[in-house]
Design a protein around this ligand. Structure first.
Ligand code: ADP
Length: 195
């Protein structure tokens, strides 16, 4: 299996790139942000539990996030691999994921690709998206800044965590969609040719 963690600050283009990667590599895309937005649509009990966190730009509790992720993975028993987008968001989630992949799927994380984009670019992109996305967390600069701060303090350490296993690659996330896609594809082709 090829299991990719697509990492990067909010608004770094993970969702857009994941869609292109799915087409090329036939991987299953799991975005925990999308899973939560699905809960929001049905106004489920899970949504009611997490909405305060999410609307303020904070992380949802790990236990709930992980439960949603596992249920989604169980839906696709024949997957040739996964793209994890927006997960793991902290080192605890990374450890939960590693344990689950090893013990229940007999596989592991293949690579973590981090898209690096300067804060200023991100804030502009997200506030622009907020005009049409309907996402409460996309509309106020202070909330966007909070998400960036949490990325730095909690999620950037996930890239360092996988670095100790030689699995982390950091890429320039600024450029056209196709340029960024080319950089990501080069890395994936390189590890595929090794396996
Ligand atoms: P972004 O646009 O910031 O990349 P996402 O769409 O991935 O955000 O997620 C939106 C929100 O959902 C996050 O700000 C967070 O509150 C919550 N969320 C998503 N993934 C996770 C996760 N792995 N752990 C905890 N909370 C999460």
């Amino acid at each position: 299996m090829l299991n990719l963690i697509l990492c990067g600050p909010p608004g770094s283009g993970k969702g857009t790139q994941a869609a292109k990667l799915v087409e090329k590599y036939k991987l299953i895309h799991i975005s925990t942000g999308d899973l939560f937005r699905r809960e929001k649509k049905s106004n489920s009990l899970i949504w009611q539990e997490v909405q305060n966190h999410i609307n303020k730009g904070e992380l949802a509790p790990d236990s709930i996030t992980f439960k949603l992720l596992k249920a989604e993975m169980d839906n696709t028993p024949d997957a040739v691999g996964f793209i994890f987008d927006g997960f793991p968001r902290n080192v605890n989630q990374a450890e939960l994921l590693d344990k689950f992949l090893k013990e229940e799927e007999n596989t592991s994380v293949s690579i973590l690709l981090e898209l690096q984009v300067p804060d200023k670019v991100i804030i502009d992109r997200i506030l622009e998206r907020g005009k049409t996305s309907g996402r409460v967390d996309d509309q106020k600069e202070s909330i966007v800044q909070n998400r960036i701060d949490i990325y730095q303090s909690e999620t950037a350490p996930v890239a360092s965590y996988y670095e100790q296993f030689g699995k982390t690659k950091r890429l320039n996330g600024v450029g056209t969609m196709d340029e960024v896609f080319g950089r990501l594809s080069d890395e994936l082709d390189a590890i595929r040719s090794l396996s």
